[in-house]
Design a protein. Structure first.
Length: 312
């Protein structure tokens, strides 16, 4: 498949005024008003669509991301766009960069039903995939039979049911979720997980998921910007060799995983997007990949460092 068609745009850092991405502050509009962020979102979506990208990922907790995306879809009427979104977190940041709490998690039937209606009102007719946001092994969803049944009903509406994962035990969550069935049918058909050169612990489970027929999406492939602006020397050296930025090398490594169906880009400006897209021209050799494999951190350390990132 064409590398561009394996890319998607994630709106985590565009639908709200603050996020934990490193290196995005200078690319976002001054003041970060709702109107300015809407314009920035549309600019990135326009550039991505022009480049050939046809997947966009949002979430209820991404502030106004679904609203911005819905407006763009209505205004542009683009053909062939796949839209995925997520439920489970509610945005409570009140459009403040210094909010004490930005989002609150709840995996319940009431939360699903309320957020699905909200998503439908904003993305009506465009939603392809609806995902449980940051599913973990401890999620009450695994014991909530009515919630499982309600999720399974989405298939009858033509919406695929998926889940995303976070945390040091992503592999365990992926494998447990793959076993979940409703009326003899596997509940989930997509999985979105964090994978990047610093956090590779879910790789075997994601390969298994792909082999079992699930659509695999990779998120945070730049480690929330760390692999772009704080890249290890190995990444910087390869970037210089290929005459691209470190971000393109990290993206190329993700695209080099044949089990990854969609690799999400978190660019917040057309300039960042173009830098990321250089990955499609980077071919990493076996020696390069072996060297980069040594960058992987123990997942507990990686997620502790990620938790320490500030919302800015």
């Amino acid at each position: 498949m064409n590398a561009i068609r394996r890319l998607g745009i994630g709106l985590a850092a565009l639908g709200r005024p603050a996020y934990i991405n490193v290196g995005s502050a200078g690319e976002l509009p001054p003041g970060r008003s709702v109107e300015a962020m809407r314009e920035a979102t549309w600019s990135v979506l326009d550039a991505a669509y022009a480049a050939g990208i046809r997947w966009v990922d949002a979430a209820r907790s991404y502030g106004r991301a679904e609203e911005f995306l819905g407006g763009w879809l209505e205004a542009r009427a683009p053909a062939g766009v796949h839209v995925s979104s997520k439920w489970g977190y509610a945005y409570v940041g009140d459009w403040k960069t210094d909010a004490e709490v930005h989002e609150v998690k709840e995996h319940s039937l009431d939360r699903f039903q309320a957020q699905y209606e909200e998503t439908r009102s904003l993305l009506d007719g465009h939603l392809s995939v609806y995902q449980v946001h940051s599913l973990t092994e401890e999620s009450p969803l695994f014991q909530d039979v009515p919630l499982q049944a309600a999720l399974a009903q989405l298939t009858a509406e033509g919406v695929r049911v998926g889940f995303s994962t976070s945390g040091p035990r992503q592999s365990d969550t992926i494998r447990r979720a793959m076993e979940l069935e409703v009326s003899g049918q596997r509940l989930f058909s997509t999985v979105q997980s964090t994978w990047n050169l610093l956090e590779t612990s879910a790789e075997d489970a994601l390969r298994e998921a792909h082999g079992a027929g699930l659509h695999v999406l990779l998120k945070e492939v730049l480690a929330n910007g760390r692999l772009a602006v704080r890249a290890p020397a190995e990444v910087r050296d390869l970037a210089a060799e290929h005459e691209v930025g470190p971000d393109a090398v990290a993206m190329a490594a993700a695209l080099g995983r044949p089990w990854a169906d969609t690799v999400l880009i978190g660019a917040v400006s057309p300039a960042q997007l173009q830098a990321n897209l250089a990955a499609t021209d980077v071919r990493l050799g076996e020696g390069d990949l072996e060297e980069l494999a040594g960058l992987s951190l123990p997942p507990e350390r990686y997620w502790a460092e990620r938790s320490a990132l500030s919302w800015t």
